[in-house]
Design a protein. Structure first.
Length: 174
């Protein structure tokens, strides 16, 4: 992108992870804040002209390596997207996860746990009913599952709820 002076600048932009910065970060060494989130960009020592973005300490990831090459086409991400979305080998295949960033914080729905983060901290709410779950999914994330039949929505809810109950049993036995 060009800045106000007409010079080219490079930026780190979220390509759909939902856990990256809300606004693009300049690809230059520095510390950056966005709402309750703090990021640091440093030069990457293992790849020439690469970068390392240190994520907020409360994030689900430690950071991201940023290659020096510019990505002009999202097709670059399609093979990995296909693997993580549909492959039986994907660590995400049995996890229902929706994330949404906004200027002052974030929301995450992981199974039946809705997490809201803002400058005051993280608030977690367990959703016990299908109606609660669908309400949060629609009202907070804008996903009303309109492309799903009533039966598909019911099957999705049952799968999410069963996995959530298994997770709770595992958590309580540890």
């Amino acid at each position: 992108m060009e800045n106000e002076e007409g010079r080219e600048e490079r930026w780190i932009v979220d390509a759909g992870l939902g856990d990256m910065p809300y606004d693009p970060l300049p690809l230059q060494v520095g510390a950056y804040s966005q709402g309750p989130f703090a990021y640091t960009v440093t030069e990457l020592e293992v790849a020439e002209k690469g970068w390392w973005m240190v994520h907020d300490p409360n994030a689900t990831i430690v950071g991201v390596d940023v290659a020096p090459e510019i990505v002009h086409d999202l097709k670059t991400f399609e093979p990995q997207h296909e693997h993580y979305s549909r492959s039986a080998d994907s660590p995400w295949i049995n996890l229902f996860l929706v994330r949404q960033r906004h200027a002052s914080g974030s929301n995450e729905l992981r199974g039946c746990v809705w997490s809201k983060r803002d400058v005051h901290g993280i608030e977690k709410t367990e959703l016990h009913s299908k109606s609660q779950w669908l309400e949060v999914l629609g009202d907070i994330f804008g996903e009303h599952l309109v492309n799903y039949s009533r039966q598909e929505r019911e099957e999705l809810w049952k799968k999410v709820r069963n996995i959530h109950e298994q997770w709770k049993r595992t958590k309580s036995s540890n």
